[in-house]
Write a protein that binds this ligand. Structure first.
Ligand SMILES: Nc1nc2c(c(=O)[nH]1)N[C@H]1C(S)=C(S)[C@@H](COP(=O)(O)O)O[C@H]1N2
Ligand SMILES: [Mo]
Length: 503
């Protein structure tokens, strides 16, 4: 058994040795691309924004298991164990070379990795056989069994350590990542030509445990299919606008920054957000209106969608009318809360479209806008079981007290949270206890109808266990539905409910 475990570590390490870590990243990405929506939902649901780490752990366990199996197989029936690695290598090669933006040499690590794995496997098995022979028939070996065993274990440990060190070092970073990081630090964003409405003092309620009105960048949720954050050097960045246009437009980073930029505060949320979930955040964006760029290109009749693409192959299909609407601040954003976009939020340039879920609008690391039609093209998630269109739904959330909280009977507490329907805005929030009458909460101010609003309702619980529920009303009079729906295919609905007790 120790032998099996040993082979597992050594072989897994040998696979890692395959250079820039690309086999793992590519296979993981292929898994993400091929996975059914239910699987994606499950991973995001179970692990939230830690879904990528979980995927890697899962892959490591599966790889270790297969490697151990291959070791045993190679021992019993060579060369079938080696063949397992060859097949694994071929799959990895396929995953790497079919990723968008892959170059000619990107397959090399997979090939080298497999060769390394097979060499290590053979070497270790030879050592293992010598040990076994020495143990079975002492005279068959020039050295005693204990020495052979030690040699085998030392070889095993040495290859494992070497593999982990090489694999780890090669994952630390490539020159492209360094270039993008250096460029980001050097950037001084221009002053906006049009500044956002200042955040009113009344937008933030003084309630402990409530979500802050503006989400700090470090706390902003991150959702994307990129296992490795794409590193884009702004000096190399270009946006191409093409498709059903009068003239193709190309825009460089310097040209974009020289345009009159606008600032706008908007809440961004993910279609995968569960009722009560935290895949939503509010930020001050700095960027240039997409409608101006579309006007520059001259949209031809018949188009109804813009397919935006990112450097890593993700795409989103956004309704053309939303992007052209002069009252919607759909922008090509370069700044987030006064800083250049953080790498994981799309540096150097992303889209932000108030009122639409991220998967149909918020393309990060964007480099292409194709003017087209919904009947001719699809965004990344549409063939994977998500709706073609994704307007954000009217929702509200209780931030405090938390589900399961123990309160003191007779002591007044703040029941508080946020409510949103970006682009329309929320005009009322109500709370009820144990299916009683709906009670009006106090709404905080907001900087625009594109952001969420905080709300609070003071409550003095009686002894016992209680159920708190919240619902919001939109500025259009729509009342948040009680119908419970899952995130797929176009966003969860239902009332957020928390259970608390008081004594
Ligand atoms: N390139 C790229 N952009 C993307 C995605 C992606 O997978 N790749 N995911 C989208 C989704 S589903 C959401 S909800 C938002 C999330 O943006 P954030 O990570 O900055 O919060 O980005 C959108 N833009
Ligand atoms: Mo999303």
């Amino acid at each position: 058994m120790a032998v099996v475990a040993f082979l597992a570590v050594a072989e897994f390490g040998a696979l890692l040795l395959g250079g820039a870590g690309s086999p793992l990243v590519a296979v993981g990405s292929a898994v993400i691309d091929l996975a059914p929506p239910a699987a994606k939902d499950l991973m995001v649901g179970l692990f939230g924004t830690g879904d990528k780490a979980a995927l890697f752990v899962l892959m490591a366990v599966v790889t270790a298991g297969i490697s151990a199996g291959a070791g045993v197989l190679e021992r019993r029936r060579p060369p079938f164990g080696a063949l397992v690695f060859a097949v694994g290598g071929a799959l990895s090669l396929a995953a790497v070379t079919t990723r968008s933006g892959s170059g000619t040499w990107d397959g090399l690590p997979s090939v080298l990795g497999v060769v390394a794995a097979i060499v290590v496997l053979r070497l270790l098995l030879r050592r293992l056989r010598r040990w076994e022979a020495a143990a079975a028939v002492p005279s068959a070996s020039p050295r005693p069994a204990a020495t052979e065993r030690r040699t085998f274990l030392v070889w095993g440990a040495a290859t494992a350590v070497a593999a982990v060190v090489v694999g780890g070092a090669s994952r630390l970073g490539t020159s492209a990542m360094q270039a993008a990081a250096t460029a980001r630090r050097a950037i001084r964003l221009p002053q906006p030509a049009t500044t956002a409405t200042p955040v009113p003092a009344g937008a933030s309620l003084d309630v402990s445990g409530i979500t802050p009105y503006v989400t700090p960048n470090a706390d902003f949720y991150r959702i994307d299919t990129a296992l490795r954050v794409p590193s884009v050097d702004p000096a190399q960045w270009k946006l191409r606008i093409h498709g059903a246009v009068e003239r193709e437009v190309e825009l460089t980073w310097d040209e974009l920054l020289a345009l009159p930029l606008e600032e706008h505060m908007a809440t961004l949320s993910c279609v995968s957000n569960e009722v009560g979930g935290d895949l939503i955040g509010n930020a001050l964006w700095l960027g240039y209106p997409i409608r101006e760029l579309l006007a520059r290109a001259g949209v031809r009749d018949g188009a109804d969608m813009v397919l935006s693409r990112s450097v890593d192959g993700f795409s989103a299909g956004t309704p053309l009318d939303v992007l052209q609407d002069p009252d919607t601040a759909a922008m090509l954003a370069v700044g987030m809360n006064g800083e250049p976009l953080p790498p994981e939020h799309g540096f150097p340039v992303r889209m932000v479209v108030p009122g639409l879920f991220g998967y149909v609008s918020a393309t990060k690391w964007v480099n292409e806008l194709e003017v087209t039609r919904f009947s001719d093209a699809q965004g990344y998630w549409t063939p994977r079981g998500w709706s073609e269109r994704g307007p954000v739904k009217l929702e509200s959330r209780i931030d405090t007290p938390r589900d399961g909280a123990s309160l003191t009977a007779g002591k007044t507490v703040a029941v508080a949270g946020v409510a949103w329907q970006p682009h329309h805005g929320v005009k009322g929030v109500q709370v009820r206890v144990d299916d009683g009458e709906w009670q009006d909460a106090t709404l905080a101010d907001s900087a625009s109808a594109d952001t969420w609003r905080q709300w609070v309702w003071r409550w003095t619980p009686t002894a016992g266990s209680h159920r708190l529920q919240v619902r919001a009303t939109g500025t259009d009079g729509q009342v948040q539905t009680s119908v419970e729906r899952p995130p797929a295919p176009n966003g969860a609905t239902g009332w957020h409910t928390v259970q608390v007790s008081a004594d």
